[in-house]
Design a protein around this ligand. Structure first.
Ligand SMILES: [Ca+2]
Ligand SMILES: [Ca+2]
Length: 272
């Protein structure tokens, strides 16, 4: 898919050049020559997607950053990040096509580079890079697009990630910068932030409660899914505000029932 996208983008670019050349050279016999030579010139060179001049390492000298696609254009989804002539390969599936300058820790006057990739099927990731004046260091890869992250300038980053159990939903996840590496900060329970519309019970389900006796969600009852530990435990809130929990195995098998969550909840989100 990435391949064909690349080819079509290249085809579009060449098409524009050809039509421009056709307009410019209308009636001129050299038209044929122009159209055969131009594509060769394009695919032989790395294509610079974006560049910037920013002092990344706080030595008061601007650093020249380029983000480019290696030639030939259609060969892979690999991108290259270069700073003052030093390069690193940026792996990925579906590059977003630009990079960002971010400030993960404001007191030190340095800046970092964020490069995001859309992933193989809508599961974006972002790689963060730092520059010390000589080498480009990888600080880590974090799920999500950097534009959608909260970067507090104190070394903490909050991103939106896709959950691994129950259905297609998202929660906020925290990373902390520690010795030039991002470290995941795990939580006992992740609040469901999207989607949050209510679901309807298709059959009775017994929930456990941390504070009182187990209780039953009745068929037809409208409830809210409040989140999960993203391993086994998920929480439900009733319309009266009572909170209970159930367990899932694998992705969405409700423990002890042999049935999937779809058999119990109407309105789960099942994207792709
Ligand atoms: Ca510098
Ligand atoms: Ca900084």
């Amino acid at each position: 898919m990435t391949h064909s996208t690349r080819n079509s983008v290249l085809g579009f670019v060449i098409g524009v050049v050809i039509s421009t050349a056709g307009w410019m050279f209308f009636g001129v016999t050299s038209f044929e020559k122009e159209t055969t030579e131009l594509p060769l010139g394009i695919v032989d060179q790395p294509v610079v997607i974006g560049s910037a001049q920013v002092d990344l390492n706080a030595d008061r000298i601007a650093d020249f950053i380029t983000y480019s696609k290696p030639a030939p254009i259609s060969s892979s989804s690999l991108m290259i990040l270069s700073i003052n002539g030093t390069s690193v390969n940026v792996p990925g599936y579906n590059p977003v096509g630009f990079f960002g300058i971010v400030d993960l820790f404001t007191p030190d006057n340095t800046y970092e580079i964020a490069v995001s990739d859309m992933g193989p099927s809508g599961d974006p990731t972002t790689v963060f890079y730092a520059y010390d004046g000589t080498t480009i260091k990888t600080l880590g890869t974090v799920e999500g697009l950097y534009q959608q992250m909260v970067i507090d300038g104190k070394g903490t980053l909050i991103t939106t990630v896709r959950a691994h159990i129950l259905d297609t939903w998202f929660y906020r996840d925290t990373y902390k910068l520690d010795q030039d590496k991002f470290v995941h900060v795990p939580k006992d329970f992740y609040e469901r932030i999207e989607p949050t519309y209510p679901v309807t019970m298709l059959k009775d389900l017994t929930l456990t409660s941390g504070t009182s006796a187990p209780f039953i969600l009745k068929k037809g009852e409208v409830v809210s899914l409040i989140g999960c530990d993203d391993i086994h435990l998920c929480g439900v809130e009733t319309e009266k505000g009572t909170i209970g929990f159930f367990f899932v195995e694998e992705f969405n098998q409700i423990r002890g029932t042999g049935e999937s969550a779809d058999a119990y909840f109407d309105g789960l989100s099942n994207a792709d």
